[in-house]
Design a protein around this ligand. Structure first.
Ligand SMILES: [Zn+2]
Length: 323
């Protein structure tokens, strides 16, 4: 199920009307919410009255009420109503602005004009989403920059929470089982139990294509996984995520490794040379792995423009530093 949030500052008029029309369509493809940042006590009484009179929709009886953004579950799409630079921000896979005029305080005619415009736009949105849903390409058009913005937002909200925030509901499980996965980023992270990409980026089922291996080293298996996610699942961004106090990097620095572990530390040594500082070594290791991936796909017809970036996760503060 695709989750859509209609948002405007007060969440008392346009965004409530949009939520009401969207709910009335009873789509089995998307569900709608509305919220704001400086919400009023109640829905605009003119909006409530005219929606009842002209469209037989009783917003208050349906349980609609002004809400703050943080009362919403994670959403896929955000539609702002048109408050210009004041439009509230909410992380999402895509967003659009409807640029509607606020009829608050104006005549019934002005209200009805805006309502009708919202109704037609909601119908158009429903058609569009159903089409997209069938094609299962919600992320196909997401750019690497949009994916990175989502990861940054996810890390910020992780810093302010004490529990996992990603969507792991039975609904999303069912949805992805039936319709396949559309992850928005590929993450190559260390196997270290303190480095959990889904937690770090506030992600849930179907969001991240994650590859974990001690020392986040790159060989053919990792490259094959990246190729699959980028070429077949259309992931626009690959992130090599190192971390502070990495045991594998530490072992490479000290030079003591036996058995199969040596196959990992030998790779890391190629990146770090004589560097003895643990953090600097982690960064060097990340940078080398970023360039290995870039090199591997520079001739690939579909992946030559794929964005690959590095980052280091601080296991103490929870913050991701982008390189
Ligand atoms: Zn590690």
């Amino acid at each position: 199920m695709i989750r859509i949030a209609f948002i405007c500052k007060h969440n008392s008029c346009r965004s409530q009307i949009a939520e009401a029309f969207a709910k009335a369509l009873e789509s089995d493809v998307f569900e709608s919410y509305s919220a704001g940042t400086a919400v009023k006590d109640r829905i605009n009484p003119d909006a409530v009255r005219l929606m009842k009179q002209h469209y037989s929709i009783d917003m208050e009886k349906e349980g609609q009420h002004p809400k703050m953004l943080d009362e919403l579950p994670p959403v896929d799409g955000v539609i702002t109503m048109g408050c210009g630079v004041q439009c509230p921000y909410l992380p999402s896979k895509w967003r659009e602005d409807w640029g509607l005029e606020d009829p608050t305080g104006k005549s019934d005619e002005a209200f009805l004009k805006t309502m009708e415009e919202i109704r037609l736009r909601v119908i158009e949105l429903k058609d569009r989403l159903e089409q997209k849903y069938m094609e299962a390409d919600m992320t196909e058009h997401m750019t690497a920059d949009e994916s990175l913005t989502l990861l940054k937002k996810g890390n910020n909200s992780y810093l302010n929470t004490e529990k996992m925030q990603g969507d792991v509901s039975p609904e999303i499980r069912q949805d992805t089982a039936l319709n396949g996965q559309n992850p928005y980023a590929i993450i190559i992270a260390c196997s270290d139990s303190r480095v959990i990409p889904e937690a770090i980026f506030s992600a849930g089922i179907g969001d991240l294509f994650t590859i974990r291996v001690a020392g986040n080293v790159i060989d053919d298996h990792q490259l094959g996984s990246v190729e699959y996610a980028a070429a077949h699942l259309h992931c626009p961004l690959t992130v090599v995520l190192g971390h502070t106090h990495c045991g594998a990097v530490g072992a490479a620095i000290s030079g003591h490794a036996e058995g199969y572990i040596a196959s990992i530390t030998d790779e890391i040594k190629k990146a770090i040379g004589d560097e003895k500082d643990d953090l600097k070594a982690s960064e060097l290791n990340v940078r080398r792995n970023v360039s290995l991936i870039q090199k591997a796909f520079q001739e690939h017809p579909e992946l030559s423009s794929m964005k690959v970036i590095g980052a280091v996760y601080d296991i103490e503060t929870g913050k991701v530093e982008w390189l």
